[in-house]
Design a protein around this ligand. Structure first.
Ligand SMILES: Cc1cc2nc3c(=O)[nH]c(=O)nc-3n(C[C@H](O)[C@H](O)[C@H](O)COP(=O)(O)O)c2cc1C
Length: 304
């Protein structure tokens, strides 16, 4: 191979490199001047760069040929039965409670159980108000997603909230005006008046009375068109009834009621002031019940 002043072709350069690798530079000792060494070095560099450029090009071609880098795996979302039912378009009602000694929790759960039986096409979820949001901001965010919410909140001292409602209460007081306006703007409204239960005066009665008002409103919102409230069969999960003694002729539905009572409490039907059982689903108002009780008391007084 000639190496001189003539311009070397790429092929010449390549052959020089190959020769140098195979026989210790492959040049006569007489021709190994600095010029030749420089050209050799340049040739090596050229090849190294060419190989690198080739590798990069192959990498890009391979990547654009359809193989995408692996996506980070998505978190596994497990849907609960409630989520599924909600997806199916069932109406959802969340029943919140704020409690210290579990009275309010008991009312919330009793109401939800009865409501489930009354409105089988709706979903009822009982929720500790403290567990509803881990951060304060979440209260507003989550509440905006609710369509129907009921609150059972016990109070202590000077109307103070319970421990588990303290955080919600603080948030609510701080933002109540904003939220109220916000909810109002979005068409939210109270479906039933606030019911206040007085522990000293019979909180159970206060609850029952308020519950009757609630059923009337929920009937409109949750009942299917072909359902009617009065005929909705309901047997309380916790047997719950008022025993009301009345004269039989005043109670045309007595037989029906007694069979409906299903053995819960049929008291002395031979008694002149006969017994009847008024379940909450029969939708007596408190006043009606009180009237019947009064009549029974009179009857009993005559009898005695
Ligand atoms: C120490 C103490 C303080 C109370 N303070 C109030 C009060 O200020 N206002 C009120 O309406 N009820 C007050 N109550 C009554 C409770 O709110 C009532 O017993 C309620 O049913 C308790 O609900 P909980 O068991 O869900 O915590 C108080 C009760 C206790 C024991």
């Amino acid at each position: 191979m000639r190496i001189g002043s003539e311009k070397a072709s790429p092929l010449d350069l390549l052959s020089v490199v190959v020769a140098s690798l195979s026989d210790g530079y492959g040049l006569d000792s007489g021709t190994g001047d600095a010029f030749v060494e420089n050209r050799l070095l340049i040739a090596v560099l050229n090849i190294v760069i060419a190989v690198l450029v080739g590798c990069v090009a192959i990498f890009f071609i391979w990547r654009s040929s359809g193989r995408k880098p692996a996506e980070p795996s998505k978190p596994l979302v497990v849907k609960t039965q409630m989520d599924i039912e909600e997806d199916q378009g069932k109406k959802k009602v969340t029943v919140f409670f704020g409690t210290q000694t579990r009275t309010a929790e008991g009312f919330a759960k009793a109401l939800a159980e009865e409501a489930k039986a009354r409105y089988p096409n709706a979903i009822f979820k009982v929720m500790d108000i403290d567990e509803y949001a881990t951060e304060d901001d979440e209260y507003e965010e989550n509440l905006k997603k609710e369509s129907l919410a009921l609150f059972f909140l016990a109070t202590y001292g000077d109307g103070e909230p319970t421990d588990n409602a303290a955080r919600f209460y603080k948030w609510f007081i701080e933002v109540v005006v904003v939220v109220d306006e916000l909810l109002h703007e979005q068409g939210a409204k109270h479906i039933v008046q606030v019911g206040l239960g007085d522990d000293d005066q019979g909180i159970e009665d206060d609850f029952s009375a308020w519950r009757e008002l609630l059923w009337l409103e929920l009937d409109k919102l949750l009942q299917d068109e072909n359902e009617t409230g009065a005929s909705t069969p309901y047997t309380a999960v916790i047997p719950e009834y008022r025993v009301v003694f009345v004269k039989p002729e005043e109670v045309p539905y007595l037989d029906k009621s007694l069979s409906f009572a299903n053995g819960h409490a049929i008291h002395d039907i031979q008694h002149p002031c006969r017994a009847n059982v008024a379940f909450t689903n029969l939708k007596y108002s408190r006043v009606e019940i009180a009237e019947v009780q009064f009549e029974w008391a009179e009857c009993m007084l005559d009898y005695i």
